[in-house]
Write a protein that binds this ligand. Structure first.
Ligand code: CP
Length: 332
């Protein structure tokens, strides 16, 4: 793969998931692959898991890592082309991305949506501009519309926890929240689940329809309890409205996932990408339940990043730099 910003960057998602499961058995088998290569991580938004798991994964492959909170620590970036920069922005992405690309062999970027302008957010302007100008492979650390590293970790978690022959029933259920959240995690999860060998249902109240580009092939259900019946995996997640963009239409019924609803499932594995608001989105009892896979998903973020970096590194030209030890070995 050249970049990793969507499932469409992956030639064979099932092979990638299988590679990740194998890599977990020998996590340091490729500890030289990234030698003399640098991963640059740029964040325009907060992160715990993505920030740490991607650094850990890169180091396990022998890479150097540089990290920058671009929103706080850098010059104010101008993301629009053909601008006379006589306002608040100090540096154009064309210049900044070229510099980053000259320092790094791969760049990861997190850039959340504004949630105020659907067309602009869904154009993925920031990601597209970075890819246009940095001249090296780019990994999405969660963009305006997708979170592919999370979805890959989720897909690995489902594969590891499903030993039966028939397809598992996977339900993504909307959950309440106190503030409007992006659609990136549910879009991305839907993008992956509709392409894997699972029976996939999305449950949400009316008004919370996701963009159809991602949900084609899924069963859509507005009755949460109906959707949960016989589920093998239940993924709990809030998102704001796509159609009435970025708003939180009122929901009269109680959509928080709790023990009474859990009893409708087939002793389902409970999933959430974290961070989670306990007893708002999902009951504490379920987060801490023996069938909760939430920590398993978080730990799989490392191997997800590792298998993606490994795949991209294996296609990069070998570094021209040779250590003194290598030169001495070649001379001997
Ligand atoms: N799930 C996830 O991406 O977590 P962070 O926002 O903490 O990186």
């Amino acid at each position: 793969m050249k970049h990793f910003t969507t499932i469409y960057d992956v030639v064979d998602p099932n092979s990638l998931i299988e590679d990740a499961i194998q890599l977990k058995k020998t996590p340091y088998a490729y500890s030289d692959l990234g030698k003399n290569k640098t991963l640059g991580l740029i964040f325009l938004n907060p992160s715990l898991r993505t920030r740490l798991s991607t650094q850990k994964a890169a180091r396990m492959l022998g890479m150097e890592v540089m990290l920058m909170n671009l929103d706080k620590e850098s010059w104010a970036i101008e993301w629009n082309d053909n601008m006379i920069m006589n306002g608040n922005t100090v540096e154009h992405i064309k210049d900044a991305a070229a510099v980053l690309g000259s320092y790094c062999d791969i760049i990861g970027m997190r850039a959340f949506p504004s949630l105020t302008n659907q067309k602009l957010d869904y154009s993925e302007k920031l990601l597209v501009q970075l890819m246009k100008y940095c001249n090296v492979p780019v990994i999405s650390l969660e963009s305006a519309t997708l979170h592919p590293l999370q979805s890959l970790a989720d897909a690995i978690t489902i594969k590891e926890n499903w030993k039966q022959k028939h397809k598992p029933k996977v339900v993504l259920t909307w959950a309440p929240h106190i503030k409007a959240l992006p659609q990136a995690v549910p879009n991305s999860f839907a993008e992956w689940m509709t392409k894997l060998d699972v029976d996939f249902t999305i449950a949400h109240p009316e008004g919370y329809e996701l963009c159809e580009d991602y949900t084609k092939g899924a069963t859509i259900e507005h009755n949460q309890e109906e959707a949960l019946k016989n589920a093998d995996f239940v993924y709990v997640k809030n998102w704001s409205s796509y159609t009435n963009y970025g708003t939180m239409p009122e929901v009269k019924e109680n959509w928080m996932m709790d023990m009474s609803k859990y009893l409708l499932t087939n002793k389902a594995g409970i999933m959430h990408c974290l961070p989670v608001r306990r007893d708002v989105e999902l009951s504490s009892k379920l987060i801490d339940h023996p069938h909760s896979l939430i920590q398993h998903q978080a730990s799989n973020r490392v191997v997800a990043a590792q298998v993606v970096l490994k795949n991209i590194l294996s296609k990069l030209p070998a570094s021209e730099y040779k250590s003194i030890e290598q030169l001495e070995l070649e001379e001997a």
